[in-house]
Design a protein around this ligand. Structure first.
Ligand SMILES: Nc1nc2c(ncn2[C@@H]2O[C@H](COP(=O)(O)OP(=O)(O)OP(=O)(O)O)[C@@H](O)[C@H]2O)c(=O)[nH]1
Ligand SMILES: [Mg+2]
Ligand SMILES: [Zn+2]
Length: 298
């Protein structure tokens, strides 16, 4: 049976890129819910499918193959990198959302990268401030502008050979970035001739595109609310690379908030941990603890 990858799914129809012939098949999934315990197919899923009509390229998804990983938000699977996109302004960066996306990514063993977009609009060294906040995470941070083209060559190098999902607030420029990348490094064959909607269009569906240099990129709809499912208050600090130290906190199970002789507080005081990152950590800690404490309530 042929194998393929789901490029997009709209209204119960899935576009599946056939592995063998490189054609795109429009597939339905009738029955799969019963077969695989109600698993909903995600963009990025590797599947086996039946070809129902090889002329009109219609098919039927048979099975979703084991996922390397999956996200609820954005709803994607099998990614290698998560590109967390923010803009210097229009809209102003929501760093709480950035931190939550990073935590989730790290928890899934996926290396995030941070993209600071619209640097052509930067008037008060906002990009430098943002870079500084995340510097000690060690993650790749790219500053990008579609106007000046700054950062695009570096971005392309980062994308090649990987499957990268772009995530972040609405309006930060995810679709614009993907369009720019596809314009330069577009597949020759049909699948990416279909363009992402431009300009003022808000993306409504997740879509996967193939790069001619190897790898895929995923456009996703913007969002602003996000809840962490992959970490508990107890494991939260493990998902902050710059919090890692061989020093020990005095108290076992230290929350790094109110306890004395805390190794993380020392990192904060010595400037290794950014104050805003730490403050958001305490807020997320409290949110996670609260939902843990209320786990048996409705
Ligand atoms: N000045 C400037 N504007 C940009 C840049 N990149 C994107 N924009 C503009 O920002 C607006 C939003 O861009 P989109 O690409 O639609 O944003 P998005 O993140 O895909 O938004 P959603 O699909 O709603 O999640 C558009 O008007 C773009 O032209 C940039 O580098 N500089
Ligand atoms: Mg978009
Ligand atoms: Zn501590």
């Amino acid at each position: 049976m042929p194998e393929g990858i789901i490029l997009k799914g709209v209204g119960g129809f899935y576009s599946v890129l056939g592995k063998e012939d490189g054609s795109i098949y429009t597939c339905t999934v009738r029955g799969i819910h019963r077969m695989q315990g109600g698993v909903t197919p995600l963009v990025g899923d590797a599947v086996t499918f039946n070809i129902l009509d090889s002329e009109s390229k219609e098919g039927h998804i048979d099975q979703i193959l084991d996922r390397k990983n999956s996200f609820i938000r954005p709803p994607v699977s099998n990614i290698d990198r998560l590109a967390v996109v923010i803009a210097v302004k229009n809209p102003l960066p929501d760093l709480m959302l950035v931190d939550k996306l990073i935590i989730t990514s790290v928890a899934k063993g996926i290396e995030p990268m941070i993209i600071i977009n619209k640097v052509d609009l930067d008037e008060d060294l906002q990009a430098d401030k943002l870079k500084k906040i995340y510097k000690n995470t060690g993650f790749t941070i790219l500053a990008l502008s579609k106007i000046t083209r700054e950062g695009y060559d570096e971005l392309h190098t980062e994308l090649s050979g990987n499957t990268t999902a772009f995530a972040g607030q609405s309006g930060v420029g995810k679709s614009t970035i993907l369009n720019a990348v596809l314009d330069n490094w577009v597949m020759e064959t049909g699948e990416v001739s279909e363009r992402i909607q431009r300009g003022k269009h808000t993306t409504r569906h997740v879509q996967l595109f193939r790069l001619n240099t190897g790898g895929f990129i995923m456009d996703t709809p913007g969002f602003s609310t996000f809840s962490i499912d992959d970490a508990t208050h107890e494991t939260l600090a493990d998902h902050y690379p710059e919090f890692q130290t061989s020093d020990l906190c005095k108290f076992k199970g230290c929350s790094h908030i109110n306890e004395p002789q805390c190794a993380i507080k020392n990192l904060l005081n010595s400037g290794i941990i950014d104050k805003g990152r730490y403050d958001r950590y305490t807020q997320i800690y409290k949110e996670l603890k609260e939902s843990y404490d209320n786990r048996y309530r409705r």
